[in-house]
Ligand binder design. Structure first.
Ligand code: PXG
Length: 459
């Protein structure tokens, strides 16, 4: 494999130093310390290198975020130039700065016209924290202060801070650190797992109508918003049935409940549309954004508001006591501008929609339809999932699907590809710049990992 590393310590040294002081995300730290993490040292385009010189095709855009791949000179230059000009200033006490102004201008030139304002944050979790405060404040301002409850979905993911965890639907996360009041959940629209003998269409309506039941149970005068990812990401890259979003939108409008789309993964071209709600054809009141906003080069997130909300908040709301030291950071804004301009001017999002995304989806279906392990294939543009199934006809999942999908991911590393495993689904979300030949490589290596997994199960 290619050696491109000039690491100043050996892998074992990095691992020992890491084990001494560092708590990683979502992991049994003791086990990880025994095993030693892979030390990633360099990245270029879709490729990563580790401290042993192994090269991997990153099929996951880091953590669903490097839309432009690694190491773009123009983004690096944008950060450097901004650092030289204005390293830091804030949005408090009646100030602003050119890069954040220009970023907002650019963002709203891409967004549908019914959005008009944005609050910046440093992450997706913070965008969703801001969401809760902002929608509750909105209802106060328009004279409906009892509308406070946020309805999320089981197995949804909105971040790791306390309130974003509570709004998300990962029960194992709720058990660590506790839940918050005035948050409720409905079921996820995961037809393969929970659709029983319903058609996807009927199941989509069934799940959406749980929202109506929940609103009626809680009283629409108490419900502030419904929040959901247009397609679930961390929960397994799950696309809802086509009937789902139109019905959710109908219900939200009927009961005057805000519809809040978490676009942290779906935003910035992932599906071939700029935002995933456009792919699914609905009109949210708010959009939580992060990740692809800067291609992950620097932390930045935000909460986009509809004109209806910002008219009330700006026009009648007075002081909104909310603000983060680094919100709209000039260096992050400069990187976001360079990133969005590249996605737009190099027609990268357009190409995903018209060419490379179609190619990925077609090839994926050609290769994996009929594969002994695959029960369902979902995805659009540069995001896809393969559902592992023990018995395809019965839509029966493996009891130890977590372990099997992790095994497949490990084979992937051995084959030189990084794909994500979530329970029983193998996920890919490569950088949007992926060429046809890089897509071929991604799929070929994934096929080998899947074949080895099937063989290991005697299939
Ligand atoms: N909303 C969504 C939909 C996300 O996917 C967040 C909010 C939180 O963003 P920050 O920037 O605070 O991490 C996310 C994050 C996974 C995985 O396992 C996905 C995320 C984070 C960690 C792991 O797929 N998404």
């Amino acid at each position: 494999m290619t050696t491109q590393t000039n690491s100043k310590y050996s892998t074992q040294e990095w691992q020992a130093m890491d084990a001494a002081h560092h708590i990683h995300a979502f992991v049994d730290q003791k086990k990880l310390n025994e095993e030693g993490p892979r030390v990633i040292t360099e990245g270029k385009r879709l490729y990563l290198w580790d401290s042993d010189g192994n090269k991997y095709l990153d099929g996951m855009s880091g953590l669903w975020c490097t839309q432009l791949g690694y190491g773009r000179e123009d983004l690096i230059a944008a950060a450097t130039q901004q650092m030289e000009k204005l390293t830091y200033y804030n949005m408090f006490f009646h100030t602003t700065h050119p890069s954040v102004v220009e970023l907002s201008e650019l963002l709203f030139s891409l967004l549908p016209k019914h959005y008009s304002h944005v609050l910046y944050t440093n992450s997706g979790s913070e965008a969703n924290e801001a969401l809760i405060r902002t929608v509750r404040r909105y209802w106060q301002v328009v004279g409906k202060p009892t509308k406070r409850i946020m309805i999320g979905r089981w197995n949804g993911y909105h971040g790791s801070t306390l309130a974003s965890t509570a709004m998300g639907g990962m029960k194992f996360m709720h058990e660590m650190g506790g839940m918050l009041p005035e948050i409720a959940h409905i079921d996820e629209p995961y037809w393969y797992a929970h659709g029983a003998d319903m058609t996807p269409e009927a199941f989509g309506l069934h799940c959406a109508r749980q929202l109506e039941d929940k609103i009626l149970e809680l009283g629409s005068e108490n419900v502030a918003a419904f929040v959901a990812e247009p397609f679930q990401g961390a929960g397994g890259m799950i696309f809802p049935p086509e009937s789902y979003w139109p019905e959710i939108q109908r219900i939200c409008r009927q009961y005057d409940v805000l519809l809040c789309a978490d676009e942290v993964i779906g935003g910035f071209g992932r599906t071939g549309e700029w935002f995933a709600h456009q792919y699914f054809g609905f009109e949210p009141d708010t959009l939580s954004i992060a990740k692809g906003l800067t291609s992950g080069y620097i932390p930045m997130g935000g909460l986009v508001l509809s004109k209806r909300m910002s008219d009330a908040l700006v026009g009648q709301g007075g002081v909104f006591a909310h603000g983060l030291t680094y919100a709209g950071h000039p260096v992050a804004a400069a990187v976001a501008i360079a990133n969005i301009k590249a996605l737009r001017d190099e027609k990268i999002v357009e190409r995903v929609k018209q060419d490379t995304g179609l190619y990925l989806q077609e090839c994926l279906r050609e290769i994996f339809t009929g594969h002994p392990l695959v029960g369902e294939i979902q995805g659009a543009g540069m995001v896809a999932a393969l559902q592992l199934a023990e018995d395809k006809a019965a839509r029966k999942r493996f009891k130890n699907e977590d372990e099997i999908s992790w095994r497949c991911r490990s084979y992937g590393f051995e084959e030189g590809v990084i794909i994500r495993s979530t329970q029983g689904r193998m996920i890919m979300a490569p950088a949007l710049i992926a060429t046809r030949s890089e897509i071929d490589e991604l799929l070929e290596k994934t096929r080998r990992a899947m074949d080895r997994t099937a063989q290991s199960l005697g299939l």
